[in-house]
Design a protein around this ligand. Sequence first.
Ligand code: SF4
Length: 367
Amino acid sequence: MGGQNIKKDLSNCSAMLQELGQIVTKPVRIMIVCGTHTRAILRYNLRDFIPENLQLVSGPGCAVCVMPAGHVDAFVKVASQPDVITAACEDLIRVPGSHDSLASMKRKGAHVELISTPMEALKLAIDKPDKIVVYPAVGFEATAPSIAETILEAASLGIDNFCVIPSIRLLPPTLDTLMCDPELSLQGLLCSDHINSVIDSDAYAQLARKHHLACSIVGFELADILHGLINLVKQFNAGTTEVDMSNSTKFSSEESARAARLVSEVFFAVDTDWRGLGTVEESGFVIRDELSLYDATKRFKIRFSEGVEPCMCQCDKVIAGLKLPTDCPAFGMACTAQSPIGPCMISAEGVCASYFRYNMDSMKTTL
Ligand code: SF4
């Protein structure tokens, strides 16, 4: 987005910025859960336009970043098997495991294809019947319906050379764990409306009540983000702990019900490891036994190990909102967008990548 467009958007939102300036009367800390929201806030350099008392803390909402090295090790192990094609998105193939990434395996001769959607991986399997196409499914709950749909499509077509390594994580249980950390001391959560399609707002309503938090679920435009921040500050001032969805994308009840049905037909929740956050109860999906043909962990008999994280990297603390990228000694020195070390610099949704790309000079004490 060019400088002119940024100025125009900021000018169009000047009344909202002014309102924010008036209603922030005491310190308030808000977690920006989603990596795309963090990137937008940095792109607009919002810190220069909002009151100092409004502190924004980045959260764990980058799916590639929160995946531990041990999961990449599993992807690498499967990619090294004969007759396997690994079909993965670009961000993912660059993330390092304990020793290798999918990109380094590709350089060593493994067959790794870049794709954007799970259906593309299934199409590859149909086109290459003499190979097994493996799709490492990395994402949050919002990605689960399309992955479930692809697995069910493979089953209905009788395709047996396609399988998935499930590495899908669920944000509400992890946010619940994070909110117990007194060091964070938050008053609000700004969440993306991606979640709308599968998780009903009850999970967030429970979270808000349990931790006395305001919660706002919004889209990705500047006006959406400002709407969310204004709502959160107003809730904080009034002492309410509600989930505001008035400015989020609306999904029909049929769409939501279909998504929920697909997910429950294919997956169930289990305790899952997160980079920097440890094992969180029922925070990830695995594939049901009835569909084990499509579960690469069973087909290739792999288990997720702990893995070794890149040395020097402090992504674990950045993900938990406990450190800024600029607190990491490698930031902008050994670790840059051109030569990234950890997933938070590798992924376009990563906080370090957003910091590096936008407004490094104006970084303050939060976001
Ligand atoms: S700057 Fe690089 S090394 Fe440091 S935490 Fe971020 S990704 Fe990891």
